[in-house]
Design a protein around this ligand. Structure first.
Ligand code: ZN
Length: 191
């Protein structure tokens, strides 16, 4: 196993969950993985080539035995996000397949799009015409083609419509009727 000190310390941290200093020595890693100090020979310090070589062997042996299981798709996705965040300083949008509904609806991308959809379509239900101001209803920004079946359209503005809670719950996921446009049930001018 050709393991650098850096990658070994990352692995040790990942496996043990324990804090590893930014500038660890093999000597320090031994303490973390074995739980005890490496016993130094009387005339040699932790930086002595023989000492670090021996410490390195202990750590690498330990890593071989404690090799983490392969990453799941969700973990791989998380790693990808962390890498992008580390480079750009901004948390990118989480891809749907690796996330739950909760995080999609909390993402900045969705919130921005949701706001735009209400702004463009008006703050009223495109099915029954009721509005929060006049009818005390709650508006949902609905995916016409549901995310479960059309994940690629989850951030597509043309796949969105404004529905009140009642209409949206009544609609469920299997109904993909587009209620936008000329809807005879909507009294024009109702706001
Ligand atoms: Zn409605």
């Amino acid at each position: 196993m050709n393991e650098s000190l850096y990658s070994a310390s990352m692995s040790v941290h990942k496996i043990t969950g324990k804090h590893v200093s930014n500038r660890p020595r093999w000597f320090d890693l031994v303490k973390i993985v074995t739980g005890k100090d490496f016993v130094l020979p009387p005339d040699k310090g932790p930086g002595h080539p023989e000492v670090w070589k021996e410490c390195r062997e202990i750590v690498i042996d330990w890593l071989k035995k404690n090799k983490p299981p392969p990453l799941t798709p969700a973990e791989r996705e998380e790693k990808r996000l962390e890498a992008i965040e580390a480079m750009t300083g901004k948390r990118p949008f989480k891809r749907t397949y690796a996330t739950s509904n909760g995080s999609f609806y909390e993402s900045d991308e969705w919130r921005e799009l949701r706001y735009q959809a209400i702004k463009e379509n008006g703050a009223r239900c495109q099915c029954c015409g009721r509005s929060p101001q006049n009818h005390g209803i709650v508006l949902h920004v609905d995916h016409i083609k549901p995310r479960s079946k059309f994940p690629e359209l989850e951030l597509s503005a043309s796949n969105l419509q404004i529905l009140c809670e009642d209409c949206n719950i009544g609609k469920k996921n299997h109904d993909t009727i587009d209620w936008r446009g000329d809807n005879p049930f909507i009294l024009k001018g109702v706001s």
